[in-house]
Design a protein around this ligand. Structure first.
Ligand SMILES: *Cc1c(COP(=O)(O)O)cnc(C)c1O
Length: 404
């Protein structure tokens, strides 16, 4: 690390809450799949800010929309209408085939908003006795960091010493439809689940799981809430990951790439019944649905489609996955992924994934370890074949080393 990097890192450590443990690189510029550090070194970004920068860093069209809107009007609050919200609603509804939209900011807020909405739906439409609504969630879930959400996490680090937590959540294993069937009661209002568990290390459920889940939810009048904050908007090679399963959720949560990394924008998408229960004054957000957010999100959705990023994610994701599978290294336990949401799971004896990520940094690749033994790979969806091959050469070089 150069002197300037050490300075930035030390200052962060002195003043900042230590709730992250970043890799020792200080970034100052980005363009497409590339980012540069303060010393001018270039890296291929294989994290994309946890899939928020799917459209590539500083996409010129999203940037232009943001700057243009920032000159005109940024925030009105929802006390007044603004001329960006209606077109945002129309465009996101048309893109995703949803009927109602609730704009929020962070992903966790979208999840919280969905929890509130499905509970309200449960009491007012399904007829669940007040205060009795149950929501089923999966072990190893990741839905964000707010108090309501961490209360039903199964990760001890996420939960420890943050309680007491809210009741009303029931945990079942992920990928187990029989467990869902057994957990549903007359008071169950929703099943909240990720199509692919991202933070858990890119865990893909067994084929047919979501078909059964959809049937069980429909048969029992339970709202299927898919958290597509990470999997959505092209990441897995389809607009929504639910399309791989041939199903439709009742409630879909989007965030992250909804703004292409420019601004926190999230949304709850639903059929008429669920969001239809919210009346004036019952839910809100000062920044939710603001004109700057809407203008940015409109541009972010537009370039995703117009520039073929979803198809590119499917093509390059397949190439990346095959390439990783071709690497003969006894450090690798498993390679998995869908589209450009990929992970390499290392053998426990191979040492911590963190060491491999630090070594990759030395070769010009930024990737992030997850859960000790997995390296997550999620480059921007604009990556080219040449760039995939360039990355694969470097992954091969590092994964054939032994850092145990
Ligand atoms: C990132 C993420 C969230 C939380 O989003 P924030 O914007 O960090 O609050 C929720 N669910 C999933 C699946 C995510 O990947």
């Amino acid at each position: 690390m150069s002197a300037s990097v050490i300075d930035f890192v030390a200052t962060e450590a002195r003043f900042g809450a230590h709730n992250y443990e970043p890799i020792g690189v200080v970034l100052s510029r980005g363009e497409g799949v590339w980012v540069w550090d303060t010393d001018g070194n270039r890296y291929l970004d294989c994290l994309s800010a946890y899939s928020a920068v799917s459209q590539g860093h500083c996409h010129p069209k999203i940037l232009a929309a943001m700057v243009e809107q920032a000159h005109r009007l940024t925030l009105t609050s929802r006390a007044f209408h603004n001329d960006q919200l209606a077109p945002f609603y129309e465009e996101i509804a048309a893109l995703t085939g949803s009927h109602k939209v609730l704009p929020m900011n962070s992903g966790a807020e979208a999840v919280e908003s969905a929890i509130k909405s499905v509970r309200k739906w449960g009491y007012e439409v399904k007829g669940v006795p007040d205060g009795q609504a149950e929501i089923i969630v999966c072990a190893n879930n990741f839905h964000g960091r707010t108090l309501g959400i961490v209360g039903f996490s199964t990760d001890p680090e996420t939960r420890a010493h943050f309680g007491p937590f809210a009741p009303g959540f029931k945990l079942i294993p992920f990928g187990d439809a029989a467990a869902l069937k057994a957990a549903i009661t007359p008071n169950t209002v929703a099943f909240l689940v990720e199509p692919i568990q991202g933070e858990a290390g890119v865990v893909i459920p067994p084929a047919g799981y979501f078909t059964e889940v959809r049937q069980l939810c429909t048969a029992n009048n339970v709202m299927l809430v898919l958290d597509e904050i990470q999997t959505g908007l092209g990441r897995t090679g389809k607009l929504l990951a639910e399309q791989h399963e041939g199903i439709e959720a009742d409630v879909t949560l989007l965030g992250k790439a909804l703004s292409g990394g420019f601004y926190p924008v999230s949304a709850v998408l639903s059929n008429n019944a669920v969001l239809g229960t919210l009346r004036p004054g019952q839910h809100g957000s000062t920044f939710g649905g603001n004109p700057l957010a809407c203008a940015v999100a409109r541009a972010a959705m537009r370039v995703l489609v117009e520039e073929g990023m979803i198809e590119n994610a499917a093509t390059q994701g397949a190439r990346f996955l095959e390439g990783l599978k071709d690497i003969r290294a006894n450090t690798i336990r498993e390679v998995r992924g869908r589209g450009l949401m990929l992970a390499v799971e290392l053998h426990p004896e191979a040492g911590r994934a963190r060491r491999y990520c630090e070594a990759l940094q030395g070769k010009g690749i930024l990737a992030k370890d997850t859960h000790e033994h997995s390296i997550r790979i999620a480059p921007p969806l604009v990556i080219t074949s040449d760039q995939v091959d360039w990355a694969l050469e470097r992954f091969a070089a590092i994964l054939t080393q032994d850092f145990s």
